[in-house]
Design a binder for this molecule. Sequence first.
Ligand code: GDP
Length: 295
Amino acid sequence: MFNSLQDKLDKALHNIKGRGKITEINVAETVKEIRRALVDADVNYKVAKDLTKRVQDTALGQNVLTSLSPGQLMTKIVHDELVDLMGGSQEGINLSGKPSVILIAGLQGSGKTTFSGKLANYLKQKKAKNPLLVACDVYRPAAIEQLKVLGKQVGITVYTEAENTNPVSIAENAISFAKENKYDVVIVDTAGRLAIDEAMMNEIKKIHQTIKPNETLFVVDSMTGQDAVNTAKTFNDTINFDGVVLTKLDGDTRGGAALTIRSVVEKPIKFISTGEKMEALDVFYPERMADRILG
Ligand code: GDP
C-alpha cells in the first residue's frame, strides 16, 4: 500500500536525518520534497501545500524546544499532520436505529456490493448483530445475484423483489420486513452508474429522503485518485453522507484519495477494503494509516 509515497517520503526525510540541527534551509528543502512526494501521490495540490506549510512552521517553531534529532522531529511533525489530515480519531457508525438502516452509495464498480457483504459479515461477527442485506439495483440483475452469492457465503439473508422496479419501495418494504422478522441492521445496496448522471443522483436522493438512514456510507475506489475526491464531493452535495469507505487499497494505489478526501468533503473515512475476500475489511484508524505511510 502506498509504496511509492512511502519511498519518496522516506527519501525526503532521509536528507534531514543526517543533519546535526534544523536550519531554515534544510527544513525548506525537506518540506519541498515532501510536497512533491504528496503531489506525485495524487494528493490535491492545495492540501499538500497547506500541510507542508504547517510542517515548516511547526519545525522552525519547535527547533530550540526539543531534544529530538532533526530527523526524528520532522518525522514526528509529518506523522502528526498526516493523522490530522485523515481526521484525527477513528469514527464508528451509527447503530442506534431499530432497526439501524445503512445506505450504501457510490459509482458502479467502486466495490459497493462487495463492501455490503463485508459490512454485514463484520456486524454479525464483531458486533453480534443480525443484519439484513437489501438488493436495490433494479437495473442489473447480475448485481442482485452477486449480493445473493455474497449473502450465502457469509450466512446473511438477502432481501430482493424480482418484479419490483422501484428501488425506493424495495428499500421501504425491506425495512418493514426487517422489523417484522427481528433484523436489527438493514444494509441497503443501491445501484450505481459508471459515471455520475442526474437520474442516478435523483434516485439515490429519493431513497435517502424516504428511508432516512441512520448511516449513509459513500464507497469509492482508491485507485481513481483525484476522481475519487471529485465524485465524493458530488455525492456529498446530494446526500450529505456520514462517512467514506475506501476500497481496493490492496491495489497499486498512490494514496491521494486516502489523504485528500477528508479535508475536501469534511467527512471521515470509516472503513477500508483491502481485497475481494469477505474478511478483507478494516476499520479505518488515521494513526495506523500514518504509521504505514511513514513506513
Ligand atoms: P459495485 O458495482 O460498486 O457493487 O462493485 P463490486 O462490489 O461489484 O466490485 C467491483 C469489482 O471490484 C469486483 O470484481 C470486486 O471483486 C472488486 N473489489 C471490490 N472491493 C475490492 C477490494 O477492496 N480490493 C480488490 N482488489 N478488489 C475489490
